[in-house]
Design a protein around this ligand. Sequence first.
Ligand code: DOR
Ligand code: ZN
Length: 425
Amino acid sequence: MSAYLIKGVSPLGAAPTDLLIRDGVVAEAGSGLSAAGATVVDADGLVALPGLVDLHTHLREPGREDAETVESGSRAAALGGYTAVCAMANTSPVADTAGVVEQVWRLGREAGLVDVQPVGAVTVGLAGERLAELGAMADSAARVRIFSDDGHCVADPRLMRRALEYVKAFDGIIAQHAEEPRLTEGAQMHEGEVSTRLGLTGWPAVAEEAIIARDVLLAEHVGSRLHVCHVSTAGSVEVLRHAKARGVRVTAEVTPHHLLLTDVRAETYDPVYKVNPPLRTDGDVAALRAALADGVIDVIATDHAPHAVEDKECEWAYARPGMLGLETALSIALEVLGPRWDLIAERMSRTPARIAGLESHGVDPAPGAPANLTLVDPAARRVVEPGELASLSRNTPYAGMTLPGRVVATFLRGEATVLDGKAVR
Ligand code: DOR
Ligand code: ZN
């Protein structure tokens, strides 16, 4: 095992110190540390954060290894400061059996760049008709605790109830992609003034809010845990605020793109801005930011959705929805929240780790902590160049934008996965 002596780093923005990483843990902290044989990392001006944890990543393997693999997505994650990601189930074949979730889990271990925690499908083939083998996935080597049909909504209320009841036995979570399918037939973007002007079929905010309202009531009725994926509207925030005040066991995530971008981007007709749920309005963005700060929204999750060129560089109506996120999420968080390191650690590491039950993640870098951490240069600014991303896909909505912050190093169980801003493998 390697040892690293990190010199002059600021843990969560606090006073600079040295950190010795050895045997997979933060072994010592203090000024003027020395350690024979350790690789010295000059961290003057850098901030140390607990390694980021993403509750919502699409890795595309098995099935679309041209768009992303477990390995390429793991590398993108490490470069983004992540040490763990939850891999969504809408692969091909769908991750709806113990066999597929074990395959993804094993590929993650082999890549060894982040911990890949598979999410299992709620229904067979994401078809919304029959429950998948939730118990078998939970008992598998992948130890699945989060189930989601993401990309699709579990629209049938009886099936949703059964799923919530089933996972309660092992304190599992149903993560819902909240989209009432009858209200979004043919939808291309947010329903509002811009969609009317462009003549594109709209996805109304109520299609999201109606499902969240239903599901928080179901979760309350069953006493089970619900997680709401990619919350995108001000109305959803109000439903969640109400549910949390009632003590419903619900958590929620927001994506970087819903915190920064709005539906006016669709005026370009560039499908890089097509995503589900769609980019909303300035008012929604303001409500999401406020909810992230006050805790009604628990976490930032990327919804990293790589797509091959032919699925994105085509007419808007034919393009697949989704955007890259892993390699830019921390920069967007800094742009939106500023250098509020404790809040960033809470929303991007501690809370997602707790929700996913990943005990060795989301622990602040201090003596005794597992050495899952990332070092960030808050003063750096960088121009996003799609060609320089580690993802196999290029569909970033931030191309050409100058963003704050740069991940300099990431450590997984005491081994560097990123050094000098570059992946070690
Ligand atoms: O934009 C999206 N892309 N939203 C989803 O829910 C699924 C995802 C994907 O898999 O591409
Ligand atoms: Zn989704």
